[in-house]
Design a protein. Structure first.
Length: 202
């Protein structure tokens, strides 16, 4: 079972990547009347079936993020075979979030069409109509940051550690700058300071 899932995943990944390079030529063939998956005129490396699956998953649905689906099933297959161990439930959750969030981000901030997919375009337009362009931008940024905080378990202790590290770095840089400033004083000023110190000691 794991072998079949892994093989299917690898073939799907090849088909998706091939479609990203040949989508214009393949789309014109896919739109022809009477097209079937047995049409060998497509440029997809996995043939007509690969072109059809890629067209649906990439252009109509999830854009470039669709690559996460075969990557997930590949990891699942390798886990079944015992080759790779990973937290499948966490990986699945992150994949589902990415499939819905990344296409919207791509279309909203980069105006991508094919790489955003139909889902990204549709949801982005719905959000803009509901909460406006600025509201959509703020919501996407907030959701992305929130997902990172939850996924990487970034709590208050880690944030405090990062802030303290930055403060230490700032303090160290400040001391270095002060030392450099002292070293860069003119030679005459150093001599005058030395003479004043000797007189003061006497």
């Amino acid at each position: 079972m794991g072998t079949i899932i892994s093989l299917f995943s690898i073939l799907t990944i090849i088909a998706f990547i091939s479609y990203l390079f040949e989508w214009k030529a393949d789309d014109s063939i896919l739109s022809k009347e009477g097209y079937t998956v047995f049409n060998n005129e497509t440029n997809n490396q996995i043939g007509g079936l690969g072109a059809q699956i890629s067209y649906r998953f990439i252009k109509l649905w999830f854009g470039i993020t669709a690559l996460l689906i075969p990557f997930f099933t590949l990891v699942l297959g390798l886990t079944i075979l015992g080759i790779k161990t990973i937290n499948i439930s966490k990986f699945l959750t992150n994949t589902l979030v990415a499939l819905n969030l990344i296409p919207i981000i791509i279309h909203h901030f980069f105006d991508g069409m094919i790489i955003a997919g139909g889902v990204g375009i549709f949801l982005d337009e719905i959000l803009i109509q509901a909460i406006g362009n600025i509201g959509t931008s703020l919501m996407l940024i907030t959701l992305t940051l929130l997902h990172f905080v939850i996924s990487f378990n970034i709590g208050s202790e880690k944030l405090l550690w990062i802030n303290s590290f930055k403060l230490k770095g700032f303090s160290r840089n400040k001391n270095i700058k002060e030392e450099k400033t002292e070293e860069e004083k003119p030679e005459e000023e150093k001599i005058i300071n030395t003479i004043e110190e000797i007189i003061h000691d006497e």
